[in-house]
Design a protein around this ligand. Structure first.
Ligand code: HEC
Ligand code: HEC
Ligand code: HEC
Length: 349
């Protein structure tokens, strides 16, 4: 899986504890009822993943008609046995024999160790009651409580897709850490002090780094990637400045924001800065870039409102729906219309 994440991502930095020799045990190794396959909040992660997590069926997707069509158009044969698909949809398919502690079942799809790191080194000690977060990380569990580490894991599969596969009909991916973690759905409790707004911003900054990397690669560059990188750069620089973080380097912004003790006033400041951006949709920037700004800004408003007092969210419900409608289809995007709607949104906020 380490190589799989590395392949999909430009900037994934693996934790020091991610030993290249750690072996995978497979999801059944986590599923005992006294571990993560039991009843009740604290022991039910396997059950929730098995019954409700989208990733559980990622491998099955490779057998549906749409996958056969994409694979035919991309001339790659059976999608279920092509690393170009399994790298994200069935990571166990590509794990070398030397890294398998048990026989691995590729139908697990995206499973525990894909995100949490191969379990061999931490399997035994990690349930000890005196094990701290630092101990867990030192034993090889990825520190997914750290939003920067978490965002890097998700973005590796959730933003860039090889341009040949997009041309063959693979859906375009848009990474957004906060809302997508909710709809995974979450099998964890966030620690005190967690803010969805902070998660959102860390996620957008790593997405910017990844898309900018693709936009600069001869073998991946497309107008689409260039526009998407410009849209992300716009929103990250604006939002980070409002949150009090300076800098135009995507990775540095992601790390700085992840390290902040986030305050409610920062959510409010970012929300108001983005709501007040109508002029940026009248500034003569090419329409194709403005469409990408809009695509990101509507998702941002949604997440920032979600992290704001509920009466605020209620007040602008209608205006936000209208913004979503206007941003829905980049080819049909009309900047002046969107700018006027943003002004209405800002006035009601
Ligand atoms: C190894 C690759 C991989 C990693 C890592 C990964 N995902 Fe996914 N994710 C997928 C694939 C593949 C699908 C499509 C599943 C299907 O076949 O329907 C998916 C689907 C989803 C979906 C449903 C579709 C959507 O985009 O709304 C959500 C939500 C999601 N993932 C959230 C996350 C989050 C949050 C993380 C990080 C904590 C994450 N994923 C990490 C591969 C990955
Ligand atoms: C970079 C990671 C990545 C690669 C490589 C990849 N996919 Fe996906 N794929 C995803 C994610 C993430 C989603 C979920 C998108 C969403 O719902 O927003 C997805 C969605 C899909 C869907 C739509 C599923 C649905 O329920 O709508 C199909 C079909 C699909 N992928 C097939 C393929 C095939 C076939 C290949 C190889 C040719 C492939 N994918 C390669 C990450 C990937
Ligand atoms: C798509 C990525 C992903 C997959 C797949 C995944 N997890 Fe997680 N898991 C996370 C994230 C992100 C967190 C939140 C950070 C944290 O608490 O470490 C988390 C948290 C947890 C926690 C801590 C719970 C809490 O309330 O703090 C446990 C235990 C856990 N996962 C077990 C599992 C098990 C067992 C599986 C497989 C059945 C699994 N995870 C699959 C991403 C994933």
């Amino acid at each position: 899986m380490l190589c799989a994440l590395g392949m999909a991502s430009g900037g994934l930095r693996l934790d020091a504890a991610d030993s290249a020799l750690a072996r995978f045990v497979g999801a059944p190794g986590c599923s005992s009822s006294s571990c993560h396959g039991g009843a009740g909040e604290k022991r039910s992660q396997w059950v929730r993943w098995n019954l409700g997590d989208v990733h559980r069926r990622a491998n099955t997707t490779l057998s549906v008609a749409r996958s056969i069509q994409i694979a035919a158009a991309a001339r790659i044969g059976d999608p279920a046995s092509s690393p170009r698909c399994t790298v994200c949809h069935a990571p166990f398919a590509d794990v070398p024999a030397a890294l398998r502690l048990n026989p691995l079942d590729r139908t697990d799809g995206v499973s525990c160790e894909t995100c949490h790191a191969p379990a061999e080194p931490y399997l035994r000690p990690h349930w000890r009651p005196d094990f701290t977060r630092a101990d867990r990380t030192a034993s090889g569990l990825r520190d997914l409580e750290n939003l920067y580490v978490r965002a890097n894991v998700c973005v590796a599969c959730h933003e860039n897709v090889d341009r040949g596969l997009i041309a063959a009909g693979h859906p375009e991916l848009i990474f957004e850490l906060d809302g997508q973690a909710l709809s995974e759905p979450k099998h964890w409790q966030e620690p005190g002090g967690f803010s969805g707004a902070q998660a959102w911003l860390v996620g957008q900054a790593v997405a910017w780094r990844e898309v900018a990397w693709y936009a600069g690669r001869e073998d991946q560059k497309t107008d689409r990637a260039i526009d998407r990188a410009a849209g992300l750069g716009w929103i990250v620089v604006k939002a980070a400045a409002a949150a009090g973080v300076r800098g135009a380097d995507a990775d540095a912004v992601a790390r700085s924001v992840a390290g902040l003790t986030w305050r409610a006033e920062q959510t409010d400041a970012v929300l108001r800065a983005l709501a007040g951006s109508a002029a940026d949709f009248r500034d003569g920037t090419p329409k194709s870039i403005q469409a990408r700004r809009a695509e990101r800004v509507v998702l941002a408003l949604d997440r920032l409102l979600s992290a704001s007092p509920p009466e605020m969210e209620k007040r602008v419900e209608t205006e936000l729906k209208e913004l979503f409608r206007l941003a829905q289809s980049p080819p049909d995007f009309v900047p002046a219309e969107f700018a006027a709607s943003m002004e209405k949104f800002a006035a009601r906020l």
